[in-house]
Write a protein that binds this ligand. Structure first.
Ligand code: ADP
Ligand code: ADP
Ligand code: MG
Length: 766
């Protein structure tokens, strides 16, 4: 125990020492604590001060750059902007007005101001565009400022938060301080518990130390943050400054634009003024001109007024005249009636006179007509009214080939009346009134016949004969082909057209008959009984005219009618005869056209007959020893052809007796061959070598007919030389009398005797 006592004692001592130590420590600690609290209080104070300072700083900053100022600035800018916009609008309005004025003043279209104006307007638009850009920039800046203020507000908020935190911390620290003081106090009051308390204090003091450390680090962090904020603030300030600078720049630009705008405006105003002045000048000019014109008009008016004054008396005289005229008009009908009556009387008298003169003239005209006809007849008679033409047909296929078909006929290049025939090696020449070579067309032939046909309308009788051997072209010349008609159809066409031309004064009727003479018997080709033989009789009226009772006459008025008649006649001939060619070459075909005319004005009547005769073939059949009907035919043909020759000879040589009655043909054509009648003999020949003897005969016949001289001397001279057809036939071509070249071309002596006889004739007829 002692040991333990000692130990305890020792322990007690150690404890006491320890306590002392602790007490010491405690006091030290208390001191420390006190100094610490003091230090803390100082720290808090400085923090508070700093806080205050910061708050002040913040407020200062706010006042310095704070939203309010920026906003104000922005507002100011916006207002400025608005004002500028309005001004611009006003400017635009003015501009529009100016433009309208310019349009109104279309007169000064080419005025130089216009160009200037356009330039100014361009400048203006440029300025406006720049102002627009500046405005856009301003808006951008505004946006930036807004963003910055927003950020500032955020920072403030954060600062406030940290301040609040710090206050809280301070409070907490002061509370703990108080607590610890209390604990110290309680520790002081309760020494027994000191040990424990010391321990707790120790523990707590470490805790406090830790908290302090924390607080300090916190404080440091806060300070750092404040520094950062300051930096941010500084940056912001810088930004603000730069934005202010740009703003100032912008404002300067705007100002510049405004100045420019004002200048443009001023210019425009000036121009406007100039225009106005010009307008005024023009108006003044117009006004002055109008005044001058007005004056002139006034003067005119005055002149007109004086004229009016002078016109009034004229008007008075005019009305007077008018009244007198009216009176005259009222009296006019009576006067007119009287005048009309007298005029009518005069006219009827004149008509009477004209009538009598007319009658006298008509009488004279008739006398003259008769005289003319007489003279014409005399002329024709002197010229010889029997003409002989020759026509040579071309060589045809029917002539065959070889020497037989060779051409034996040639022509004279200078004389169209001469033709040469090569017969048995000798050339014989003939002269006729005209010779048609093979190439002569139907048209050309008709051209020569035309005059003869038209004289029929004047009342002459005309005969056209086609003479020649069979196959020499008689039918071709008279009838022709459908495509190329001959004399028959052309003559009728001509008659129609002539009659139409004279239709104003004359009434004409054209009738057609067709007959055939075969073996000396006459047959009607258009009648119902073609076989019936017709007789030729003297007219019972004692005029000595011949007529054929029962001969059909067709009245024709057009070419169609003629064609119908021809067709009809052909049909008759065809049906009656078995061999048309044979028959037709043995008979004479006659087409008798009668033209009866009546002159409406004189009552004169004319009758003309056109006889178109396609004679029977002239070849000498008798020689070949034909028998029976063939012989009889040949005899008849020979008889009638020689009778025709006799008649023509007698007529041409003016014999007292003309043997018309020797054949039916001449008897029928008696009145168309005698008197003033005209006769044409178309002698057809073939040029072929084999036909030369017949050709020779035909040409001899032709020349003899033609060579009959007019006048008593020649008449006598030629009398004996007229050969009959029989006589001709008896002649052998070789031993024939020397070819009639001598006859054809009379010697000068003969000519003179002929003209002498004509002279005699004229002398005796007075
Ligand atoms: P004719 O009547 O004299 O016996 P045609 O008139 O029948 O002779 O003629 C005999 C042939 O010769 C016919 O084929 C006819 O077409 C032809 N002919 C006659 N004359 C001519 C002419 N001038 N041109 C052409 N052909 C002709
Ligand atoms: P003519 O009239 O002299 O008696 P034709 O009329 O008998 O002669 O004709 C003689 C020849 O001509 C015959 O061979 C016939 O064939 C020929 N002929 C006649 N007329 C014509 C015609 N229009 N076309 C063709 N040939 C014809
Ligand atoms: Mg014939």
């Amino acid at each position: 125990v002692m040991a333990s006592m000692a130990h305890l004692q020792k322990e007690k001592l150690r404890l006491q020492e320890e306590l002392l130590e602790l007490q010491e420590k405690l006091t030290a600690r208390e001191n420390n604590e006190l100094s610490l609290s003091l230090q803390l209080q100082g720290q808090v104070e400085t923090l508070k001060e700093k806080l205050l300072e910061q708050a002040q700083e913040i407020s200062r900053l706010r006042s310095e750059l704070g939203g309010t100022d920026a906003e104000k600035h922005r507002d100011l800018l916006a207002a400025e902007n608005e004002r500028l916009r309005q001004e611009m609008k006003a400017c635009e309005g003015e501009l529009r007005e100016l433009r309208r004025e310019q349009q109104q003043q279309a007169l000064c279209r080419d005025c130089p101001h216009l160009q200037e104006n356009a330039g100014l307007q361009e400048q203006l638009s440029e300025l406006q565009r720049e102002a627009e850009e500046a405005r856009a920039k301003l808006v951008e800046l505004d946006l930036e400022v807004q963003q910055k203020t927003n950020r500032l507000a955020e920072v403030e908020l954060r600062l406030k938060d940290s301040l609040a935190e710090r206050a809280e911390e301070e409070e907490r620290l002061s509370r703990r301080l108080r607590d610890s003081q209390e604990t110290i106090a309680s520790l002081k009051s309760q020494p027994q518990q000191i040990k424990y308390i010391i321990k707790t204090v120790e523990v707590e003091s470490t805790k406090v130390k830790q908290a302090l450390c924390e607080t300090q680090s916190r404080n440091q962090y806060l300070q750092e943050q404040v520094g950062m904020q300051k930096q941010v603030l500084k940056e912001m300030e810088q930004q603000l400054q730069s934005s202010q600078k740009t703003e100032a720049q912008l404002r300067a630009q705007i100002m510049m634009y405004e100045a420019e705008l004002e200048r443009a405006h001023g210019q425009m105003l000036e121009e406007m003024q100039a225009m106005e002045e010009e307008k005024n000048r023009a108006i003044e000019e117009a006004f002055s001109r109008a005044q001058v014109e007005m004056k002139a008009v006034h003067e005119n008016l005055a002149g007109v007024r004086t004229n009016l004054l002078t016109l009034q008396p004229a008007l008075r005289t005019l009305t007077h005249d008018y009244n007198s005229l009216k009176r005259q008009v009222r009296d006019f009908p009576l006067l007119l009636q009287e005048t009309l009556r007298s005029a009518r009387a005069e006219i009827s008298q004149a008509i009477e006179e004209v009538h009598s003169t007319n009658r006298e003239l008509l009488r004279k005209y008739r006398r003259e007509l008769q005289l003319r006809k007489k003279c014409h007849n005399e002329l024709v008679r002197l010229k010889g009214n029997i003409r002989v033409f020759g026509r040579v047909r071309p060589i045809t296929k029917e002539d065959g080939e070889g020497p037989e078909a060779a051409n034996a006929v040639t022509f004279d290049a200078d004389d169209d009346a001469v033709l040469h025939l090569l017969h048995k090696g000798k050339q014989v020449s003939f002269e006729l009134d005209k010779v048609f070579p093979p190439q002569a067309s139907q048209e050309e032939v008709f051209q020569e016949v035309q005059a003869l046909v038209t004289s029929c309308i004047d009342g002459y009788n005309v005969c056209i004969f086609a003479y020649g051997q069979t196959g020499a072209g008689k039918t071709y010349t008279m009838e022709g082909t459908a495509a190329n008609p001959g004399i028959n159809q052309r003559a009728l066409q001509l008659l129609f057209s002539e009659v139409r031309g004279k239709a104003a004064d004359w009434d004409y009727t054209i009738t057609v008959s067709a007959a055939e003479i075969y073996n000396e018997s006459l047959r009607d080709l258009l009648g119902k009984e073609p076989q019936e033989k017709l007789e030729i009789k003297l007219c019972p009226d004692g005029s000595g005219q011949l007529y054929v009772p029962g001969l059909t006459e067709f009245r024709v008025q057009s070419v169609e009618d003629i064609n119908k008649v021809f067709e009809f006649g052909h049909v008759k001939r065809v049906t009656e005869c078995t061999n048309l060619n044979e028959h037709s070459s043995r008979s004479h075909a006659l087409l008798i056209v009668t033209v009866r005319g009546l002159d409406r004005s004189t009552g004169l009547r004319t009758t003309g007959k056109l006889n178109l005769v396609d004679l029977a073939g002239s070849e000498r059949v008798g020689r070949s020893g034909a028998e029976g009907s063939r012989l009889r035919e040949a005899q008849h043909i020979n008889k009638s052809l020689s009778a025709l020759g006799d008649v023509i000879y007698a007529l041409r040589s003016r014999q007292g007796h003309v043997p018309f009655r020797n054949s039916k043909l001449t008897y029928l054509l008696q009145d168309s061959l005698s008197g003033d009648s005209k006769t044409l003999m178309m002698v057809q020949v073939s040029p072929a070598e084999k036909n030369t003897s017949e050709t020779l005969c035909s040409l001899k016949f032709a020349e003899r007919v033609r060579s009959v001289e007019l006048g008593p001397v020649s008449r006598k001279a030629e009398l004996g030389s007229w050969p009959s057809q029989e006589h001709l036939e008896g002649d052998s071509p070789g031993s024939a009398a020397p070819p009639g070249r001598g006859h054809a071309s009379p010697s000068p002596g003969q000519l003179s005797s002929r003209s002498a006889s004509i002279r005699r004739k004229l002398h005796t007829s007075g």
